[in-house]
Design a protein around this ligand. Structure first.
Ligand SMILES: *Cc1c(COP(=O)(O)O)cnc(C)c1O
Length: 467
């Protein structure tokens, strides 16, 4: 399988080449040249596979420049009951008639990002060793991405992590999770500023091409194709658990920020998985809900981006959205280039009526959930079912219910466990969220982090010294 860029240049690369890159050289996003179609025989066979076997079967369709035996070993090392706390890896549970919850958050950092990032960690280590290279991963996080990356890359050979986070702004649990890591290759940098300052610092370092090259700076952000394709697997796994035959169709409700998770659902659908609708849920940051309801795409400024109680969805511009638009408009790189240049310059996407109709034919539905909705949903689920869900999952459940149809199972993706966002959970139900035993007393562990002002030169010096 070869990969191409949504903007037309840099085509013809293999998986292992784009693995260590972020954006394509023309600023576009990588996609496979085509989506392999899964026929009925293959789908029937896949139904009987374990998660790791399924992951290998699916990933092998997209990865042909890593020997099959090596890929199988990487996948088997990644998707184990020990790492994900359940032999099914992504277990499905019924919540109420017609509504299921797909548990994606039982991995090392209690968020769904582990499912992709753990694979990325093993794949990075493998590929760097094969190429005799090293990598310094530089990133900015407001919570879930940073911890998932650190837990995936800690102790891995050939790679160091420099993760910037806004000092004192993550949840106490998230802070404890990241800062308690003692591994020599993990560097937490608490920046005296807000998340945007962290992101600006990363951009400034990456813009210094000489520095970037000299110190082998890389990223693990959500536009990485390897992360996206690893997420396609759990759409299949969820489908097989919710249905008894491959003639049935299902809906998925997805709490959405950067459009990475739901884009994996789109890929699963393009491969032939019987998905009726992909239901996109936003919080108060509703750029994408507005788009799917009205056809208008209006990027918000940082100042217009709300800080909400589902913080991992507080996004003003969804970085993976270009992938879907590229596919929906018939994979025309010239048109994609024009449209997304306008997103930069005018903060809007100017589609023709015909293009809007094509997008509408892709089976997306959407809705919005607010702070009050999250509290009410968490409270009602607790009262009715005795279960505790996290605020992001609550957004998806609220919107998913609005779109549920009799006879079509609605699978709600659980993207985090409630222990990560205890303040909101406590506000909703008056008691603490249950916490997995392995995280008992995590706040009391010794912490390893560096505090820094918003200073590009200091950051560069720190990376040069510790990389
Ligand atoms: C990252 C994240 C999301 C958003 O996922 P995208 O792929 O960015 O759309 C939703 N919920 C949680 C808990 C997350 O960590």
């Amino acid at each position: 399988m070869k990969y191409l860029s949504t903007r037309g240049e840099g085509s013809g690369r293999g998986f292992s080449e784009i693995l260590l890159e972020g954006l394509a050289p023309d600023g576009g996003l990588y996609l496979p040249e085509r989506y392999p179609r899964i026929d009925a025989t293959t789908l029937a066979r896949w139904r009987g596979l374990s998660y790791a076997e399924l992951a290998f079967a699916l990933l092998a369709l997209y990865i042909d420049d890593i020997p099959a035996g090596d890929l199988r070993a990487l996948v088997e090392r990644t998707y184990t009951a020990e790492v994900f706390g359940d032999p099914r890896v992504a277990p499905l549970r019924p919540l109420e008639p017609g509504v299921f919850v797909l548990g994606l958050s039982n991995g090392p950092t209690l968020a769904f990002k582990d499912l992709a990032m753990q694979f990325l960690g093993h794949a990075f280590e493998y590929e760097l060793a094969r190429r005799g290279r090293t990598l310094n991963v530089l990133g900015a996080t407001s919570g879930d991405t940073g911890s998932a990356a650190e837990y995936a890359l800690k102790g891995k050979r050939g790679v160091s992590v420099f993760m910037l986070s806004p000092l004192g702004r993550m949840s106490p649990f998230q802070q404890a999770q990241m800062f308690s890591l003692q591994d020599a290759n993990i560097h937490n940098i608490a920046v005296e500023g807000v998340f945007d300052d962290c992101q600006d610092l990363v951009k400034a370092v990456s813009a210094d091409l000489a520095f970037k090259q000299r110190h082998a700076i890389g990223t693990v952000n959500s536009i990485n194709w390897a992360r996206l394709v690893a997420q396609v697997v759990y759409y299949f796994a969820g489908y097989f658990q919710a249905t008894t035959s491959n003639d049935q169709a299902v809906d998925f409700a997805v709490p959405t920020g950067n459009f990475g998770n739901i884009c994996a659902g789109h890929v699963a659908r393009q491969m032939g998985l019987p998905i009726h609708r992909l239901v996109l849920a936003t919080n108060e940051n509703d750029v994408l809900d507005e788009f799917f309801r009205t056809g208008r795409y209006r990027v918000r400024s940082a100042a217009e981006t709300h800080e909400t109680s589902s913080p991992s969805m507080d996004i003003s511009k969804a970085s993976n959205f270009e992938r879907f638009v590229f596919d929906a408009l018939g994979r025309d790189p010239a048109r994609t280039r024009v449209l997304f240049a306008e997103v930069e310059s005018k903060r809007a996407l100017s589609l023709t009526a015909d293009e809007r109709a094509r997008i509408a034919s892709f089976g997306f539905a959407s809705g919005r959930s607010t702070a009050d909705d999250r509290l009410a949903t968490i409270r009602a689920v607790h009262a009715r079912h005795g279960e505790v869900i996290d605020p992001h999952t609550a957004d998806a459940l609220k919107v998913g219910r609005e779109h549920a149809e009799a006879g079509t199972p609605m699978i709600v993706l659980e993207t985090a466990l409630p222990a990560k966002f205890n303040a909101t959970v406590h506000e909703a139900i008056g008691v603490d969220a249950p916490r997995p035993a392995r995280f008992a007393g995590i706040e009391d562990l010794p912490r390893r982090f560096t505090t820094m002002t918003v200073d590009v030169e200091r950051l560069k010096a720190f990376v040069a010294e510790n990389g």
